[in-house]
Design a protein around this ligand. Structure first.
Ligand code: G3H
Length: 490
């Protein structure tokens, strides 16, 4: 049964779309003779609908005196509680769509849904705390002040395909609760799973607070930016899209950016690392959701003293992973949602092999349509594309090193700076290294793979990896500004 999504949410109304539509396919085949599965279709909107959504968001914000930005904190929280209550009833439907639309395994799809509900509940609690703190008056040098956090205005929100629910909501929910009004365009893959939530958004929030439109970024997001009336660009995805949208804004220096972008997180494996633990963590770090995570380990530096042992065990472990469809028991590798990804992965493999790397695992690179077996490449050198590009897929570059300065130099030169995983046992050797690494990235993981969670910890990056910080606690701050009323002690 297909989902032909014909409604969009603007100004509190679920409007019916009568124009052109775009088909949504899954790369998972439902027949024995491979063929992508038709899941449904979505509206192919353009500038008029984008402008309607913008007008609705502007009207709901008013001059800062709209019903939403001025609503009492308790009432805003009640709206969010109503929404999350309705959302919880859609778990089964959304989990199923996560599996079909983006190929995420059943346990990971369930986790994405549950983590999102928890994120919303924790945001509500943190917001209550923020409000309690703001209630206090301060007095400094004879001036009383009541300092609060206020909204920024209209937020344009675009989420990524790898976490179309969780990461999109990690932007949208804090933006809404802080009193901003929003326009949200779902990701290309993972778009139908927003359908079951349209009514919940419509009935839980006042008119125009959340506006949801569908279409290509160029057709709907770009014209919104060109008006110069957006106050915040909130995007998780790639810097190319973020830059292109930012450039459309006529006064982009006024634009607040809340961006989660690319990363090339390294694992550095020292000679005394615990071999079994390191193998487990590097497998999870490189290949969870087929490596399609910004936090995935995307380059693995292995010390010369242990490279033979590590490389051969790692290659065997990769070939022993279970491949299948998302709902198969114990499955670790699943089909990739982007139809063009196998060709890209193949290009990276060909380039590396032409420049001297070998595929270490027997099944490496084998593929049947979008079912690709991960390729372990060794030795990877700086001139190879897989070393330079964020592969965001099942291909693992192993880089040998003899001196710790080699990976440190690479990290210092890199355009990215999100996280690192450091494997080793000697605390006296690790301590000075940690001191250096925290100045190159924002999170150092000791003997464990990189990850975003727990969601209360700051999630950010240096250089081209991020702008602003996302986490339960920090996102409320990223989507607000400190304002205050002051008076003198006369
Ligand atoms: O794509 C980037 C995500 O933020 C990764 O999140 O570490 O929880 O998988 P995760």
């Amino acid at each position: 049964e297909t989902i032909d999504q014909r409604h969009y949410l603007v100004g509190g109304e679920l409007k019916e779309w009568k124009g052109n539509t775009t088909e949504v396919h899954s790369t998972i085949s439902s027949t024995e003779n491979y063929a992508p599965t038709l899941l449904g279709s979505i509206p192919d909107m353009g500038e008029p609908e984008a402008m309607d959504a913008l007008q609705a968001a502007l009207k709901a914000y008013g001059k800062g005196q709209g019903a939403w930005p001025t609503m009492h904190v308790k009432d805003r929280i009640s709206c969010m509680e109503v929404f999350v209550g309705k959302m919880k009833t859609k778990r089964q439907e959304i989990v199923k769509l996560l599996m079909w639309e983006i190929g995420k395994s059943l346990p990971d799809s369930e986790k994405e849904f549950d983590r999102t509900v928890e994120y919303i509940n924790d945001t509500i609690e943190d917001y209550k705390e923020l409000d309690r703190t703001a209630a206090k008056f301060q007095k400094q040098s004879g001036v009383y002040a009541h300092i609060k956090r206020g909204p920024l205005g209209v937020v344009l929100c675009l989420g990524p395909y790898n976490y179309p629910l969780n990461e999109t909501f990690a932007l949208l929910i804090p933006a809404i609760i802080m009193g901003n009004t929003t326009i949200f365009k779902p990701a290309k893959h993972g778009v139908l799973l927003i359908t079951p939530l349209l009514e919940a958004f419509q009935s839980s929030f006042p008119k125009g607070v959340v506006n949801i439109i569908f279409g290509r970024g160029r057709a709907v997001a770009a014209p919104i930016m060109q008006t110069g009336k957006v106050d915040v660009l909130a995007l998780i995805g790639n810097s190319k899209s973020a830059n292109a949208l930012q450039d459309q804004h006529p006064k982009s220096n006024r634009l607040r950016l809340v961006l989660g972008l690319e990363a090339k997180n390294p694992a550095i494996i020292l000679p005394d690392a615990d071999m079994e633990l390191t193998l487990d963590e590097v497998i999870a770090g490189t290949l969870s959701f087929n490596g399609q995570r910004c936090t995935a380990l995307k380059v693995v530096y292995v010390h010369d003293d242990i490279k033979e042992q590590f490389n051969s065990k790692f290659a065997q472990r990769v070939d022993a992973l279970k491949f299948g469809n998302p709902w198969d028991e114990g499955v670790k590798l699943t089909p990739l949602p982007e139809p063009q990804k196998p060709a890209y992965v193949q290009e990276l493999i060909d380039d590396a092999v032409a420049k001297g790397a070998k595929i270490l695992n027997k099944k490496g690179g084998q593929h049947f349509d979008n079912y690709i077996w991960p390729a372990v490449l060794y030795p990877v050198t700086k001139d190879m594309r897989v070393y330079q590009e964020e592969q965001f897929g099942p291909i693992i570059p192993l880089v040998p090193f003899s001196n710790i300065e080699e990976p440190l130099d690479d990290m210092a030169e890199s355009n990215y700076g999100q996280q690192v995983s450091l494997f080793g046992k000697d605390v006296y050797a690790l301590a000075p290294l940690i001191d250096t690494l925290v100045n190159l990235v924002c999170r150092v993981n000791l003997n464990s793979s990189c990850q975003r969670g727990p969601d209360v910890y700051p999630f950010t990056g240096r250089k081209d990896s991020a702008q602003a910080t996302l986490s339960v606690h920090d996102a409320l701050r990223s989507f607000s500004i400190r304002t205050f009323v002051a008076f003198k002690d006369n």
